[in-house]
Design a binder for this molecule. Structure first.
Ligand code: C2E
Ligand code: MG
Ligand code: MG
Length: 767
């Protein structure tokens, strides 16, 4: 098709069939045929133009001569006809754009080339669209023939490209500015990574491209394992997330938290994207936290253990304290020496026993027990022996009592026994005897046999009293009475005891006063030699006997007040006075009257057992000038037996000095003659109670004869006491008794009467 034809042609719209060549008029026909062919070509061209996907315009003289429908559409016109004749400038958004195309397109067009550019053109409504524009001159040799412009609407494409570009831009921005490391891997090699990732591993991003991931793993096995654990989820289209430890370029460890996704899960060879976060510090922090936590737990455990130990030791302390309190309580309630209840506890036990007795309407016996002559044991043998004795006594008492009975030690040698349910007197009596019997066997103290006895006072609820204080007082009083009445026995309380005790107290007061005022005197009873003759004899000695004229009462027997003085601890002082007084008197008789009488002085065992007694005697003899041979010390037999060895020692010392020793009241104690052989004795004094009935009682007579015979067999002299009748004297004389003493010859008399008595012709003393 030539440009000339096209120039004149107005193309019909719509498709048309090619014309047939008519047979008539050959030239005209020929011409017609050509014309038809042209038309056909034009129609075809029109179809192409109408259906082309691009806009096509023919421009000449800067005017759009013609265009196709697509062109009109693209520029917002309903019909190409509306465009025909329009200045091509209207298709451009600005003069600049129009000028730009004119300037750049024509040099190329002129050379017969196609001009191509992408630019924005304008629609009828002023809106813009992207267009791929290409233009060509119809005839480069004749530019005035016009040009053909083909426009391809690439608005959508351009916008997509634009979006892609900006997306890529954003992506690279993200990639390069992300705080996290991002790496693209393909076949476990880096294809791309951002700076953060490179920094994380200590490389440059460039150096990382192509790097095998193996380099980040310390061990081949780890790298191999990673394939299985990480790529399996990726191939399923899932994201992998986890933590792994890799190595930096410098070999240091790097802990990463990793999120990965495959580019195309179905084809892992297309690669995967990994987002990594350096969590080394976090891991370290976590490890540190874990360590601290463990440390804390350890500390808690330690502290718990400490607490447990503290609690344990507290428990221990508490139980120790409780035990200590128990002990303290026990100590406060018990006597440390014997382990028996003490006074305080006894009070409580008594109150309890009384309540019980009241409730059950039963009897309760309260026994007050006091050891006989305990004080002398203590004084003489020492407190350790006294303690031992108390322990043995406590044991023995407990041994004979029932479980329901109580023994308490309430003071030095004082015990209180509570015997509940003693309904019959006979039961109580048996118990009291059992107690005495238990004490009877001698006990060894420091290797020496000792005898112990006790005096007991008994009161019974409800007969004697109703309350604890009364019962105790009554039992105490009864005990005193038991002592008064000869010890080693028991005494039931009765009303008369009240009186007796009051008297006893008064006696004690009076005795104390007498000692203070030196209100004693001595009387002397002559001792007569029996060998001189039946009716006559010689006064060989005198016995000094204490006399006390108690104010307001009169003379009191030493048999009454001496034991009391012994109990009161006054006897040593009194005894010392007696000794000195008697020795002085004997010396005076010798001096003043030429009368040499052996002076017999009664010595209490408490005096004898004093360590300094021998020295005391020696001193008195020295002071008075009396010869030791003229002093006779009378010791009561029974008293010697409480501590035989000590008595032996004491007497030996005196004997060595030359002092004569007599055993007084012989026959009333428990000792045998054989036993007495251990003592350095000179004389046995047969007790008055045996002499009394020798005329009437053959048994007593035999006893006396035996004592005399045995005494002699031991080389002792024998003196009979209390001789009141001539018959007695006669019998004694017959039996070979050496001396006598008694009312028959003389009662004890004041010192002044002795010289006359001694000089009675029938009893003249030896010169
Ligand atoms: P004793 O040593 O056996 O003294 C003899 C006691 O018998 C004296 O009693 C004396 O008066 C009494 N008596 C003497 N002849 C007869 C008699 O024919 N018939 C009767 N019924 N009695 C006679 P007294 O003086 O009452 O002394 C009693 C006891 O007191 C003494 O018994 C002696 O054990 C103790 N005693 C006396 N003076 C002292 C002393 O100075 N010191 C000590 N420790 N005891 C003394
Ligand atoms: Mg005597
Ligand atoms: Mg006597």
């Amino acid at each position: 098709m030539s440009a000339g034809i096209l120039r004149h042609m107005t193309l019909p719209s719509g498709p048309s069939a090619p014309p047939e060549v008519p047979p008539e008029a050959p030239l005209a026909a020929q011409d017609d045929f050509l014309h038809a062919g042209l038309l056909q070509a034009l129609r075809e061209q029109q179809v192409i133009l109408d259906n082309a996907g691009v806009g096509i315009a023919f421009v000449r003289d800067r005017k759009v001569q013609r265009c196709n429908r697509r062109y009109a559409d693209m520029h917002g016109y309903d019909d190409p006809v509306q465009i025909a004749g329009l200045d091509s400038r209207v298709m451009y958004p600005s003069d600049e754009a129009y000028a730009f195309v004119g300037t750049h397109a024509y040099p190329e067009l002129m050379q017969g080339q196609t001009f191509r550019t992408r630019l924005q053109l304008s629609r009828r409504d002023g809106s813009l669209f992207w267009c791929q524009l290409s233009g060509r001159l119809i005839d480069p040799a004749d530019p005035a023939a016009g040009s053909i412009w083909i426009e391809d609407d690439v608005d959508a494409l351009t916008q997509a490209e634009e979006r892609l570009r900006s997306t890529l831009h954003e992506q690279s921005l993200i990639l390069n500015h992300a705080m996290v490391g991002i790496v693209f891997l393909q076949n476990r090699h880096v294809t791309r990574c951002n700076r953060a990732f490179a920094d994380m591993l200590g490389y440059t991003p460039e150096a990382m491209v192509g790097m095998p991931t193996r380099r980040w793993y310390l061990h081949e096995a780890d790298w191999a394992n990673a394939l299985a654990t990480m790529y399996a989820p990726l191939s399923r289209g899932e994201a992998y997330s986890g933590q792994l430890e890799i190595v930096r370029s410098d070999g240091s460890a790097l802990w990463c938290e990793v999120q990965a996704k495959a580019v195309a899960p179905a084809d892992l060879s297309q690669g995967s994207i990994w987002i990594c976060m350096d969590i080394t510090a976090r891991r370290q922090a976590e490890a540190e936290i874990a360590r601290l936590h463990a440390e804390l737990e350890q500390r808690v455990a330690d502290r718990t253990e400490e607490l447990r130990l503290t609690v344990d030791s507290l428990h221990r302390e508490v139980s120790e304290r409780q035990a200590a309190e128990q002990r303290a309580l026990h100590v406060s309630l018990h006597d440390s020496l014997t382990g028996l209840p003490n006074r305080a506890f006894m009070d409580e036990l008594l109150a309890r026993a009384l309540r019980q007795a009241r409730r059950d309407s039963t009897c309760l016996a309260v026994v007050f027990m006091d050891l006989d002559r305990f004080k002398s044991v203590n004084d003489v043998m020492g407190h350790d022996s006294g303690d031992e004795l108390l322990r043995v006594v406590a044991e023995r008492l407990c041994g004979v009592l029932r479980d329901t009975d109580t023994v308490a030690r309430i003071g030095g040698d004082e015990f209180v026994l509570l015997l509940p349910q003693v309904e019959a007197d006979s039961t109580l009596e048996r118990t009291l005897h059992r107690l005495q019997d238990a004490l009877r066997p001698p006990l060894m103290l420091k290797g020496r046999p000792m005898r112990v006895s006790a005096s007991m006072g008994v009161s019974v609820f409800p007969r004697d009293g109703d309350d604890a204080a009364t019962l105790l007082r009554q039992a105490d009083m009864a005990m005193y009475m038991a002592k008064e009445r000869g010890r080693a026995g028991h005494q039931y309380f009765d009303r008369s005891i009240d009186v007796a005790l009051r008297e006893r107290n008064e006696l004690e007061d009076a005795l104390r006063a007498a000692v203070e005022r030196d209100a004693f005197e001595l009387h002397y009873q002559p001792q007569v030699d029996l060998h001189v003759g039946t009716d006559a004899g010689a006064v060989v000695g005198v016995e000094a006997l204490l006399r006390w004229n108690r104010p307001g009462v009169g003379p009191v027997s030493p048999a009454v007040f001496v034991p009391v003085a012994e109990d009161m601890g006054l006897i040593e002082r009194i005894g010392h006075w007696v000794l000195r007084q008697a020795c002085e008197q004997a010396a005076r008789w010798q001096r003043d009257h030429g009368l040499r009488l052996r002076m017999a002085v009664n010595v209490s065992v408490r005096q004898l057992m004093r360590a300094d007694f021998a020295a005391q005697v020696r001193q008195v003899l020295a002071d008075t000038g009396l010869a030791a041979q003229d002093l006779d010390l009378e010791i009561t037999e029974s008293l010697l037996m409480t501590d035989v060895q000590r008595a032996v020692d004491a007497l030996q010392a005196l004997h060595a000095m030359g002092v004569h020793i007599s055993i007084d009241d012989f026959g009333t104690g428990h000792s045998s003659l054989a036993y007495l052989s251990r003592f350095p004795i000179g004389t046995l004094k047969i007790d008055r109670s045996f002499v009394q009935a020798i005329e009437q009682q053959p048994r007593d007579a035999t006893l006396c004869r035996t004592i005399i015979a045995m005494g002699h067999s031991l080389g002792l002299q024998v003196l009979a006491e209390g001789v009141e009748t001539a018959e007695q004297r006669e019998l004694l004389h017959q039996w070979g008794c050496d001396q006598f003493q008694g009312y028959l010859f003389s009662r004890p008399v004041p010192a002044g009467q002795i010289p006359d008595l001694a000089r009675q012709p029938q009893y003249a003393a030896r010169p």
